[in-house]
Design a protein around this ligand. Structure first.
Ligand code: SME
Length: 165
């Protein structure tokens, strides 16, 4: 039905521009956040080479009160379900509201190894009215897979998704 398959020889900035354009088209007018996260996880997987996990953690109620990150739609191996704010790369992004670009996950204090193959990671918070509502998490089996350009591209995607998830 949809064929957004990208040309992987494109420069990263153009690849990211096309990714955001495809995500905008796919989520336009669709109020169901789960459906939109599922399609965007699939798009990330198709557009960005050399990933072993791509998906979302949402800010949701913790079992014991308060809030934490809870696994959302993704592509990749089954992953840890709940991540407290401040723990691991995802929890650091949620707690700080800042993008986390980690060249070597083994050197990141408290990194949570969901898939032992992961070597580098990019986590971008999705903010609505300044509040983190989710994070986009990308893992790669290659060290230092994610450049500044990837961070900027995924931040543009997060901006688009703020009121669509
Ligand atoms: N590595 C992440 C946990 C999520 S998985 O990578 C899917 C972290 O340290 O927060």
């Amino acid at each position: 039905m949809f064929d957004f398959r990208p040309d992987e020889s494109l420069a990263p900035a153009e690849l990211h521009r096309q990714l955001v354009e495809a995500a905008a088209a796919l989520t336009e007018g669709e109020p169901d956040g789960v459906a939109n996260m599922a399609n965007v996880a699939a798009l990330l997987w198709e557009f960005l080479p050399d990933l072993n996990w791509a998906g979302f953690y949402r800010v949701a109620p913790a079992k014991s009160g308060g809030e934490e990150l809870v696994l959302g739609p993704f592509v990749g191996r089954p992953a840890c379900i709940r991540i407290p704010f401040g723990q691991g790369v995802c929890g650091a992004a949620a707690a700080s509201g800042e993008t986390q670009r980690v060249e070597d996950v083994h050197a990141f204090p408290g990194h949570i190894a969901c898939d032992a193959a992961s070597r580098s990671e990019l986590v971008v918070p999705v903010k609505r009215d300044g509040t983190v509502v989710a994070v986009i998490d990308l893992d790669s089996p290659s060290p230092a897979r994610f450049a500044e350009a990837d961070a900027r591209g995924v931040e543009a995607l997060a901006d688009l998704l703020a009121d669509r998830i």
